[in-house]
Design a protein around this ligand. Structure first.
Ligand code: PLP
Length: 468
């Protein structure tokens, strides 16, 4: 089939390489992954603890440099590994949990109750009770949830329930989360009536999308709400701006060239993906820089930066990043177990399923390209062997990559495909033991140049001990 007048052999398939990552490359070159693939007999994920620590330190440095009293809470839903919670506990960070299971995990791996924020809509009574008993900060999503929380505090000898009121974003009125202006006013009245059975600490929001300006605008509004609440005698000394700090996976030029070039002929079964349906894999302002931009912006209607406004009103800033704390903190490894030739490309089948690459379940595609690791090492060079990647299931729709990725060598059975930067949301939010395939284990890898590896080779351990 000719595309734009060229023969199939000269069709240029667009590429989207992830940013270079020498630490991950060193692990790919070490031989460790082949060994682990052999040992586990299936796919696995590896996690890099030092990256989480560095991302956390960078966010804190931004708060410090802005002179803002603040706190970082890891949004646990982004990855189920125990490791991240252990790093939170070790580093004095908090965690954002949204279920009883997440709360157990966080407490069980050492984060103290008072360092938890409990989010999620219409939390069940067990979660509310545990949150109050643990001295966690409960984000109240609605008036009826507030009433249930107040009933809990009346029901027993507890310490005061710590809470934030979640604001429905005025710019996203279709959001199903939070309370509108009238709801917040009524909630404040009920908080005042509750007296010292509660400690109303402020307000929160979580916005869809990754833009920094709407976050600064809404944060400014929440500071105004805090002043209003303080006038009513409530504590209201902090705001939470939720998560949504972007992650920058790929270079600007590569991303824009990819979006301009990609069309259905570049995908298996001519599947079409609208450019706007992809995660923005390139973000000029991401991670800690995005937090810096939020703090530097002047909220709409105001005259000073958000940072100045927070300082001037003695308001603390809480942030709950998930994806941004996990940037470059892990990869997912699959072994090629079949190669089938099609018209101008190959269909690879790997030893796992697309349930281990969650983006595929949102009508979208995880675009940063997998590295091909052959027994002779990483395949490098121009991509001349296009292939899509299917999962080891009986579903037509089970593709880890619909796109015909141009690999530098012809993939062969036994080669590894290593998807880069998958720790944030890709690894496990949709995983299930479909087809009775075991869930891919998670392996914590300390890079060869890390302080604990005792020289030459990367060192590994399981994220969790195997069940007996
Ligand atoms: C999902 C979520 C987050 C984390 O979002 P990221 O985009 O991963 O940073 C933070 N807060 C709340 C309330 C959330 O629902």
């Amino acid at each position: 089939m000719a595309v734009n007048g060229t023969s199939p052999l000269t069709v240029r398939f667009p590429t989207l390489p992830a940013h270079p990552d020498p630490v991950t490359d060193a692990i790919l070159d070490s031989g460790l992954l082949q060994e682990l693939s052999h040992a586990f007999g299936g796919p696995f994920h590896f996690l890099l603890p030092h990256r989480f620590d560095a991302n956390l330190a960078a966010l804190r440095a931004v708060l410090e440099e802005a002179g803002v009293d603040g706190r970082v809470y890891y949004a646990k839903k982004a990855n189920k590994a125990a490791l991240w919670i252990e790093r939170c506990a070790a580093g004095g960070a908090g965690a954002d949990v949204a279920s009883l299971g997440e709360l157990h995990e966080a407490l069980g791996h050492g984060v103290r109750g008072e360092d938890l924020v409990v989010t999620g809509p219409a939390k069940n009574d067990e979660l509310l009770r545990a949150s109050v008993l643990q001295g966690a900060l409960t984000t109240v999503d609605s008036l009826d949830e507030l009433d249930r929380l107040l009933a809990r505090t009346r029901a027993g000898p507890h310490r005061p329930a710590r809470l934030l009121l979640r604001r429905l974003p005025p710019a996203q009125p279709e959001s199903r989360f939070g309370m509108d202006g009238a709801g917040i006013e009524e909630a404040l009245r009920r908080c005042v009536r509750a007296g010292d059975t509660i400690r109303m600490e402020g307000f929160s929001f979580h916005l869809s999308g990754y833009a920094t300006r709407p976050r600064a605008d809404l944060a400014g509004h929440l500071v105004d709400l805090c002043l209003k609440a303080r006038a009513l005698g409530l504590r209201a000394d902090r705001i939470s701006i939720g998560g949504g700090l972007a992650v920058d996976y790929a270079a600007a030029a590569d991303w824009h060239a990819f979006l301009a070039a990609q069309r259905p002929a570049h995908y298996h079964a001519r599947k079409s993906f609208p450019a706007g349906g992809f995660y923005p894999y390139h973000s000029p302002v991401a991670g800690a820089a995005a937090l810096r931009a939020v703090l530097a912006a002047v909220p709409g209607g105001g005259r000073e930066s958000l940072a100045a406004r927070l300082r001037g009103t003695r308001t603390a800033l809480l942030t709950e990043p998930g994806r941004a704390l996990l940037d470059r903190a892990g990869s997912s490894v699959f072994r090629v177990q079949g190669v089938k030739d099609r018209d101008g490309y190959a269909i690879l089948t790997v030893d796992g399923t697309s349930l281990s690459l969650s983006e595929q379940w949102f009508g979208s595609e995880y675009l940063p390209e997998p590295a091909l690791v052959t027994p002779a090492g990483r395949a490098l060079g121009p991509g001349t062997h296009p292939a899509c990647v299917g999962g080891a299931s009986c579903l037509e729709s089970d593709l880890l990559t619909w796109r015909k990725v141009p690999f530098p060598a012809r993939p062969a059975v036994g080669d590894l495909l290593v998807y880069p930067n998958t720790a944030g949301y890709q690894m496990d939010s949709n995983e299930s033991p479909f087809h009775d395939l075991p869930l891919p284990p998670k392996v914590v890898v300390e890079a060869a140049d890390g302080p604990d590896t005792g020289g030459g080779r990367p060192r590994w351990r399981l994220d969790r001990r195997p069940a007996r």
